[in-house]
Design a protein around this ligand. Structure first.
Ligand code: EPZ
Length: 431
């Protein structure tokens, strides 16, 4: 199992190219099941989750090809992925897949909408919470499907197709909104979503569905209207930049000090996180290349945050911000309102010398002058990056174990950080 070894104390200076957003790429790839024509996606990040989803889509009958490098293109140039679900050969998504990549549960929407049936394993919980799918199933029932749960599988049937409906989400759900948009796009008639998720990734997927012929109005707002169509066609779409990756590296620079250009990062996708990072004393300026992040000299100021659905502070940046606050000059309160167990990184940060106390849905961080490097364990995708951020500013050597969590959502971190001066290397066990 790979490990990442970091020796702290180096400032970060240079350029980091921000990759395509994982949380847009995954639903966009799933949307290829909605059409029998080819969907071409550009700027797809090179991540373990993308590779896993390609295997899953292949199981359903999706052929894919990836454009090779063009003459003179840099090694990490964005890749184009061509997906063709000419025929769907299997409407079952087995436990072995769904249990390893939760978002693959979302294939239930295009399978049901296009084939009239789907049998998908319940995803089960994960490190950050129970992650129920009751609201996703509520959507399909409202659209006329019959849902049964048996032996850990959801059986969804709509032999006469889906019909538009008025759907009220009792709480904001990104997955619920993605699957409602996909299913309603091929339902007969009009659908209205109330209290829909407003994340930029929702807007990106809706933009792609519209290019495929879907009729969607209001994506990115709380109320979204969809007029069903008989079928969808192929399209070409460029995946938007990953705001979570950009926010993560901005916090790394704020922690380590230095001056880095986050190339391709878009400030409009990150307003609440940028506001919080600037309050700590770091400087962030938007240029036409992306976001420039600087922090030199002055110490970090403590800042309280509470996660919330977009446009609030992203829950996917909570662990990273907590790492930043471990060296702030004072006390900060970090409240997690989205997931019930998203503090797995606290104990690992404490191992590095952080002073953090849990208080219900909040963590209270008392900043310390120094962190000490130590072996730590990554527990989930975003938590693993909080350990990297802390390690960059810790005295001595830190080894982050179970790096496969990192590889799921952050592309080539040792190259990106190493190119800016971090002392970071990947240790591969000769297994
Ligand atoms: C998406 O997960 C993201 N994943 C998550 O990112 C992100 O943290 C989350 O949205 C919130 O922004 C992808 O986009 C692939 P939700 P999702 O449905 O859709 C509850 C990462 O690190 N809920 O918005 O699963 C749920 O338990 C990942 O990239 C129900 O109760 O999240 C949670 O408390 C982690 N019933 C809240 O809603 C349901 O049917 C928000 O979950 C669905 C959700």
């Amino acid at each position: 199992m790979d490990r990442i070894r970091i020796v702290g104390g180096q400032k970060l200076n240079g350029v980091i190219r921000i990759s395509g957003a994982k949380n847009a790429a995954l639903p966009l790839m799933i949307a290829s099941l909605l059409t029998n024509e080819t969907l071409t996606l550009e700027n797809i990040p090179d991540l373990a989750d993308v590779g896993m989803l390609l295997r899953i889509l292949g199981h359903h009958g999706v052929d894919h090809s990836i454009d090779g490098r063009r003459p003179g293109a840099p090694a990490r140039a964005s890749r184009a992925l061509h997906l063709s679900a000419r025929q769907i050969v299997d409407t079952t998504a087995p436990y072995e897949f769904v249990s390893r990549m939760r978002a693959s549960f979302w294939v239930i929407a295009p399978l049901l909408a296009r084939m009239g049936e789907a049998k998908v394993s319940l995803p089960g919980g994960c490190a950050i919470g129970t992650r129920p799918v009751d609201l996703l199933l509520m959507v399909f029932e409202k659209l006329g499907a019959v849902i049964e749960i048996e032996a850990g599988y959801v059986q969804a049937k709509a032999p006469k197709g889906l019909s538009g409906a008025e759907i009220h989400f009792p709480k904001v759900t990104v997955g619920g909104t993605h699957t409602a948009l996909m299913a309603a796009s091929l339902a007969k008639g009009h659908t209205v979503l109330h209290n829909a998720a407003r994340e930029p990734e929702i807007v990106d997927v809706a933009d792609c569905l519209i290019k495929m012929g879907a009729r969607i109005k209001g994506a990115g707002q709380s109320t979204v209207e969809i007029e069903g169509v008989g079928s969808l066609s192929g399209a070409r779409h460029v995946v938007l930049p990953d705001r979570i990756e950009a926010g993560t590296y901005a916090m790394a620079v704020a922690m380590a000090g230095g001056d880095v250009m986050l190339e391709g990062a878009s400030p409009t996708l990150l307003e609440s996180a940028i506001e919080a990072i600037e309050k700590t004393g770091a400087e962030i300026s938007a240029t036409n290349e992306g976001l420039r992040v600087r922090r030199n000299g002055r110490g970090l100021l403590p800042v309280d945050i509470a996660t919330a659905p977009f446009p609030g502070f992203p829950t996917d940046l909570q662990a990273q911000f907590m790492a930043l606050m471990t060296k702030a000059k004072g006390s900060s309160r970090i409240t997690e309102t989205i997931f019930e167990n998203r503090f797995m990184h606290v104990q690992e940060l404490v191992r590095l010398g952080a002073h953090i106390k849990l208080d219900g849905d909040a963590a209270v961080v008392e900043g310390v002058d120094e962190l000490q490097g130590a072996p730590v364990m990554a527990t989930d995708l975003r938590a693993s990056m909080s350990l990297v951020i802390a390690a960059l500013a810790a005295e001595g050597e830190t080894t982050v174990n179970r790096v496969y969590h990192l590889d799921r959502g952050f592309e080539h971190i040792e190259e990106k950080l190493g190119a800016c001066g971090a002392m970071i290397e990947r240790l591969t066990d000769r297994a």
